[in-house]
Design a binder for this molecule. Sequence first.
Ligand SMILES: [Zn+2]
Length: 89
Amino acid sequence: MRPPDCFICQRSLRDGEPYSSFTDVWFALTPEEEAIRREQDRQGWVGHPPEVEWFCDKHSALAEEHAHLHWREALELLARQRGQLGEAR
Ligand SMILES: [Zn+2]
């Protein structure tokens, strides 16, 4: 897992945000991807899975609303929020 930084506003620990203000949100996988993930887990793979992103306390609720979607679709929709929220850097 990467250290936390918000997928939407890019706030991170470097901005002085406490670790506790970040939430890791796991989005949905296709059945094929789930099978690959299970195999990777079995082999002790450690890395940052593409279906997981960090969100700060301001944006975790929005992210959770999308958690039932496939991660590609969810992240595409959430990336569109960046400009609209006026918090992108
Ligand atoms: Zn954020």
